[in-house]
Design a protein around this ligand. Sequence first.
Ligand SMILES: Cc1cc2nc3c(=O)[nH]c(=O)nc-3n(C[C@H](O)[C@H](O)[C@H](O)COP(=O)(O)OP(=O)(O)OC[C@H]3O[C@@H](n4cnc5c(N)ncnc54)[C@H](O)[C@@H]3O)c2cc1C
Length: 304
Amino acid sequence: MQEFMNYAENAGFSALCSFPLKGYTSFKIGGPADVLAFPKTAEQFAGVLQLCRRADIPTFILGNGSNLLVPDDGFRGAVLSTAELRGLRLDSGRIFCGAGEKLKALCMFALEHSLSGLEFAYGIPGSAGGAAFMNAGAYGGEMKDILRVCRCLTAEGEFAELCGETLGLAYRHSAFAENGGVILELELELQTGEPLGIRAKMDDFLSRRREKQPLEFPSAGSIFKRPPGDYAGRLIEACGLRGHAIGGAQVSEKHCGFIVNKSGATCADVLELVAHIRQTVLAQTGVELEPEIRVLDAIPIYEK
Ligand SMILES: Cc1cc2nc3c(=O)[nH]c(=O)nc-3n(C[C@H](O)[C@H](O)[C@H](O)COP(=O)(O)OP(=O)(O)OC[C@H]3O[C@@H](n4cnc5c(N)ncnc54)[C@H](O)[C@@H]3O)c2cc1C
């Protein structure tokens, strides 16, 4: 890792050794990464990934950590945060957004420019890059509706622009989940709207979230994807699992689709609870729930 630290120092971005990741996730769970680094530019990402490939260091791309479960023993490798990949600009009617921008900032930028189509994302606690990776969505909208181009580093380390079908956007899925790579910048197409109407929609969605979701506890949002024709939360509740706890992890009393970190939950607690929910729901209803959250693991940035 010394080579990595030297590279970061010379390039001028910060890198932290043996750094606990729990503070970088909305679940507040997880052990240390060998290195947690914050490259500031696309070129620095490309350089650091090349170094990791050469030195055989596993890598993981971290957005805002709001859909992520980090193992208790952390990660043996380099976690590369996109937090410093910033920038928001409007050009020819399209928004260009650095992958590390928070969705809240992106939504506010759209509002300031009287652009409609992103209201659904107001209140989702992710980064723009994480939202593209997950095809985040809510209240009838999703990134797929507005995301036109992703500038990225491919799994082979090449700069590329993906658009249309090649983005592979589907329910909580994108091509990046299969192919790896790093999303650097998003290009979004919205519609001209009326600011008061846009603001009212954003406020309405936010208040619905506050009413329904257990925002008073750390979580990673919905634990499971929506099964066809139903809701994971409804099935979990119907199986009598409201409030069911393992260690510090609990099925939320407020919204059964969430697992909350009630008090000092470990990754092992959450995984055990996820397994218990899946077994119970399958046995009682025949429905196989598919997790929506991602567990931090090395993804092949470069094919070896
Ligand atoms: C209270 C709460 C409410 C939520 N509500 C919703 C909701 O309504 N709808 C919804 O869809 N989600 C929701 N979520 C989940 C989460 O906010 C979204 O999935 C969000 O898009 C994740 O973005 P992130 O930046 O936090 O990604 P992370 O959690 O950091 O990462 C998620 C995955 O994306 C990858 N990734 C992140 N950034 C990049 C990048 N730049 N390049 C390549 N890969 C990348 C990571 O490697 C990881 O595999 C909620 C979460 C919470 C805690």
